[in-house]
Design a protein around this ligand. Structure first.
Ligand code: NOJ
Length: 517
């Protein structure tokens, strides 16, 4: 186990949109450095930064052209190293975004691989042996690129057509051009990726968020071959970088944690029912009280039992791929949602701007492959002045336009308002950091969760304390019977305090209470 994850509270930075320091309209490393005070004051002690490597940016940097070089628009490798150093001086950690499944079509490996003559990179990507053959129906392959060079074959892609899939083999090869997951060719790709990881870890990063971690081996319906792939990477990490965190974008903790990841995200895709909580017409966290968290909790419990002790499940407030939570929830509802996010096991992840309730901006022109995701990637709203302090460039030069709503929140406005969402999130991170029963590894037991009903009640058991969390987002007071009979002290509450007497719990409308028991 990576010990620092137990107390970690992450902040996700989309580097393009966080803080511009050189007036080119796009965020950069030095801008991030300037804003570390904000992240720290929020109570976050760890950062996940989205891809920051050289890229043509057809998918916002998830199309890497050089894994060893910081994208010049963000700064130099040296400036990135200095950022790591500054973060460590503040006792914080930073993980980078590793994109092991595919590169950009502009990566030199791919350029070599496109050539008709055999060379060292011919098998670095997945190619059929005939341009008329594709990959229809193969699990973990999104489509193909063909007819772009003299090589006779189609190349598999993982996501957009500009993202050719690296070759980690097929779970069950049936064609001569398909390699096994332990073949020399697949192994060479894995070692190339490990070398890249070592390069950044040696420079000072503290681990990786791993993009599309479940898609490495193709035709791998059960996930077993991909699990075996990650177990090998884990062995390498254990030997050389035992304190580095590996966090997967997989969304199936029963698989990812077996593969050796320390933590897996629940996401807007996959079987987790994450969306039921915040992002459906009737979310559980809405005051209307028509939502449901039962299916979410049932799936969570199943995963939790399957993975208990082996790793963590993390529930982000959002990320750069889904509309912001504020699209469905008002600020009060978000306060209750954050009380949940910051009292669950696994390290919380706060997506930049969610701490002030930034909106999902609709109908924006797509930027760098963002499409509908673009509205969740608008510039951070800091304060007064031009572009809310994000950049001094003229507004038409910004990477993505600012939210133009006059009521839009800013950090400054919310710092001045003691009832703001920002202050509320700050209070919650503080409570979490002061109470070990609320941190990543303390166990959870659900005390009350019913189909389309409120409240949601759970117990967190730490080594030295137990905390009972009673959450009622609905606009009606609710009561329920629970196993825990009495509470000792109220650690925290939002709205009116809940009360617990002889196992009868009363939770006022739109409220959250944390009790010690
Ligand atoms: C998941 C990333 O979060 C997303 O932004 C990206 O487009 C795809 N993976 C492809 O790398």
């Amino acid at each position: 186990m990576v010990e620092w994850l137990d107390q970690a509270i992450f902040y996700e930075i989309y580097p393009q949109s966080f803080q511009d320091s050189n007036a080119d309209g796009i965020g950069d490393f030095n801008g991030i450095k300037r804003r570390l005070d904000h992240i720290q004051a929020l109570g976050c002690n760890a950062i996940w930064m989205n891809p920051c490597f050289a890229s043509p940016f057809s998918d916002a940097g998830y199309d890497v052209a050089d894994y060893y070089k910081a994208a010049p628009r963000y700064g130099s490798n040296e400036e990135l190293r200095e950022l790591f150093e500054e973060i460590h001086n503040r006792n914080m950690h930073i993980i980078l975004d590793l994109v092991p499944g595919h590169t950009s079509v502009e990566h030199p490996w791919f350029k070599e691989s496109m050539k008709a003559e055999k060379n060292a990179y011919t098998d670095r990507y997945i190619w059929t042996d005939d341009i008329w053959k594709g990959f229809d129906g193969v699990n973990n392959i999104a489509g193909c690129i063909r007819g772009i060079s003299d090589r006779d074959g189609s190349c598999a892609v993982n996501f957009f057509s500009t993202q050719p899939a690296l070759n980690y083999g097929f779970a069950h090869p049936t064609e001569s051009w398909q390699f096994g997951p332990d073949s020399e060719e697949a192994t060479a790709s894995r070692i190339a990726m490990q070398d890249i990881m070592a390069f950044w870890l040696d420079m000072g990063c503290d681990g990786f968020r791993v993009d599309m971690a479940g898609s490495m081996v193709k035709g791998d319906e059960s996930g077993e071959a991909t699990i075996a792939f990650w177990q090998k990477v884990r062995t390498f990490m254990e030997e050389r970088y035992p304190d580095a965190a590996m966090i997967s974008e997989w969304g199936e903790p029963d698989k990812s944690l077996k593969g050796g990841f320390h933590m897996d995200f629940l996401l807007h895709f996959g079987p987790s029912h994450y969306m039921d909580l915040f992002r459906v017409d009737e979310p559980f966290f809405s005051k209307r009280g028509k939502g449901d968290c039962k299916e979410f909790v049932d799936t969570y419990k199943k995963n939790y039992q399957a993975t208990n002790g082996k790793g963590l499940i993390c529930i982000p407030s959002g990320n750069h791929d889904m509309p912001r939570m504020r699209h469905w929830l008002d600020e009060e509802e978000m306060k209750i949602a954050f009380a949940f996010l910051l009292s669950m096991p696994g390290a919380p992840f706060i997506y930049y701007g969610d701490e002030i309730g930034m909106q999902y901006v609709e109908n924006l022109q797509s930027v760098e492959g963002g499409f509908s995701r673009t509205g969740a990637r608008t510039p951070m709203q800091w304060g007064d002045g031009v572009n809310d302090g994000f950049s001094t460039a003229s507004p038409d030069k910004l990477y993505i336009p600012m939210d133009t709503n006059e009521q839009r929140p800013t950090v400054k406005k919310q710092e001045e308002d003691p009832d703001s969402l920002l202050h509320h999130v700050q209070a919650l991170t503080k409570i979490r950091l002061e109470n070990e029963a609320l941190q990543s590894n303390a166990t959870i037991a659900f005390e009350y969760v019913e189909d389309h009903a409120y409240p949601l009640v759970y117990r967190r058991d730490g080594k030295t304390q137990q905390v009972l969390v009673a959450i009622n987002p609905s606009g009606q007071e609710v009561t329920c019977k629970i196993e825990t009979k009495e509470a000792k002290q109220v650690l925290y509450h939002y709205g009116d305090k809940a009360s617990l007497k002889a196992g009868m719990l009363t939770v006022p409308a739109t409220s959250v209470t944390f009790f010690t028991i």
